[in-house]
Design a protein around this ligand. Structure first.
Ligand code: CTP
Ligand code: MG
Length: 244
């Protein structure tokens, strides 16, 4: 069985979330911190050998006080992040155990992740070396330089919105980051693309949303209740499973 290390970046500044007191990854969502929803689905898996949670230096004391015990019980290691998301992931890469064959990166801000989707993207990465969850863009896209009037309508043909988890063979990801040279990417697949390695797409779900603005927290609360659940053995209601 291949072994996976999981990096959970939670070191952002939550600027678009617009809450003076709380960062979005530390806020409570249905009685559990957002980062913990995101991390725990991985930590239950037998093929995950290490979980690294990346936090900002300024949050170190707060995280230790609020979540230190939980992180220790779960066996999650804390890493200090950097200015850009890629800096945060790079810091965590240096701490990945030698035994990990693959590295999965999942935003702490995506708490609505289902076990089945993790399994699918892990399997795809085993086949191709690099795989991400993504959804086809469905909206009509407008470009507007000033945000007041429309400059043009952009074609959505062939456009996909990247999600996480993004999963890579360890040597490929390390090479992509070694070639990064300070480049700032908003996801890890972009660095893999720059390194010239094809990245497989696994069709994701709109339920796997990223919390960016305050309202996303309400959506996430609804999405959590509708996630596909692991199949129960005996007694499960098949209609319930279909409806998720
Ligand atoms: N992230 C990180 N280190 C950074 C920037 C982002 O670990 N320097 C993490 C965030 O905590 C989040 C994920 O990367 O879990 C996705 O980033 P994003 O949604 O952009 O979060 P923030 O950068 O915190 O939000 P904003 O861009 O609104 O400031
Ligand atoms: Mg950001």
């Amino acid at each position: 069985m291949p072994k996976f290390a999981v990096i959970i970046p939670a070191a952002g500044s939550s600027s678009r979330f617009g809450d003076k007191n709380y960062k979005k990854t530390f806020i409570q969502l249905d009685n559990k911190a957002v980062w913990l929803h995101s991390a725990e689905r991985f930590m239950d898996r037998k093929d995950v050998v290490q979980t690294l949670i990346v936090i900002a230096a300024e949050d170190q004391e707060y995280f230790k006080m609020k979540f230190g015990a939980t992180a220790a019980i779960l066996g999650a290691e804390v890493v200090i992040g950097g200015k850009e998301r890629s800096d945060s992931v790079q810091n965590a890469l240096e701490k990945v155990n030698a035994e990990a064959d693959y590295i999965a990166i999942h935003d702490a801000a995506r708490p609505c992740i289902a076990d089945a989707w993790i399994s699918e993207v892990f399997s795809a990465a085993e086949k191709s070396g690099a795989a991400i969850l993504a959804t086809q863009v469905t909206g009509t896209l407008k470009r507007s330089s000033g945000g007041k009037t429309i400059d043009e309508t952009a074609s959505r043909e062939g456009l996909w919105e990247a999600q996480t988890p993004q999963v890579f063979r360890r040597d490929l990801l390390e090479k992509a980051y070694a070639e990064r040279a300070g480049f700032s990417a908003t996801d890890d697949a972009q660095l893999m693309e720059r390194a010239g390695h094809p990245v497989s797409i696994v069709r994701g779900s709109s339920l796997n949303l990223k919390i960016t603005r305050r309202d996303d927290l309400k959506l996430a609360s609804c999405a959590l209740r509708k996630l596909p659940r692991a199949k129960k053995t005996g007694g499960g209601n098949p209609l319930d499973e279909m409806l998720g």
